[in-house]
Design a protein around this ligand. Structure first.
Ligand SMILES: [Fe+2]
Length: 191
């Protein structure tokens, strides 16, 4: 199952178009396809609907992404391996891993994002910002093989569940006005 979280923190299922996989879809083809989609003058939601099947195709076709070699830092509780991050081009590809039991901050991304879970299990909790306060809108458990898309103002927090680290393939577009939220003190700060 794939999901999309809108700017009001509402998570709904997303039907992802299927492909015939031939083992030939490589990272550079994926990046140029994504760039072509981003050239279109259309809402972020439409970008995500077009890009998410390409993520699935890439993950199916690239063996090196199916067996990622990345581990969380024992002290931080997480780790990031950057796959692609080119200056002056607003597209970032990462493999991100979290130790079981670890939680992220509550944050938005200030830009669209796609997270495909490769291993482990992850709880996503959602909020939206109303009159400078966060309003809870629910949660979704993500399992291996599932993907979740975020619109720029979606606010979420992830928690790695189960016994083994999570590993996800993360793709982010242009990002502005990213915030981390402090629920207890009802404030936020840029990050
Ligand atoms: Fe996030």
């Amino acid at each position: 199952m794939d999901f999309i979280v809108d700017n009001l923190g509402c998570c709904s299922s997303l039907l992802t178009q299927s492909f015939i996989f031939d083992g030939r879809y490589r990272l550079y083809r994926f990046l140029t396809d994504v760039e072509d989609i981003l050239q279109k003058d259309q809402p972020d939601r439409d970008h995500l609907i077009e890009i998410s099947p390409l993520v699935r195709r890439l993950l199916e076709d690239c063996l090196w992404l199916q067996v990622p070699d990345t581990q969380p830092d024992r002290d931080l509780g997480w780790g990031v391996q950057t796959i692609y991050d080119e200056p002056f081009f607003d597209l970032t590809v990462q493999l991100v891993t979290w130790l079981p039991g670890t939680k992220s901050t509550i944050h938005n991304h200030g830009g669209w994002g796609i997270v495909a879970l490769l291993d482990g299990m992850e709880r996503n909790q959602f909020w939206y910002e109303k009159n400078d306060r966060l309003v809870s809108t629910g949660e979704q458990i993500l399992k291996p093989g599932e993907m979740i898309c975020f619109l720029p103002q979606a606010v979420h927090q992830i928690e790695a569940l189960g016994e083994q680290p999570t590993i996800s393939f993360n793709l982010y577009g242009k990002s502005t006005d990213r915030f981390e939220y402090d629920l207890q003190n009802n404030n936020k700060r840029p990050y």
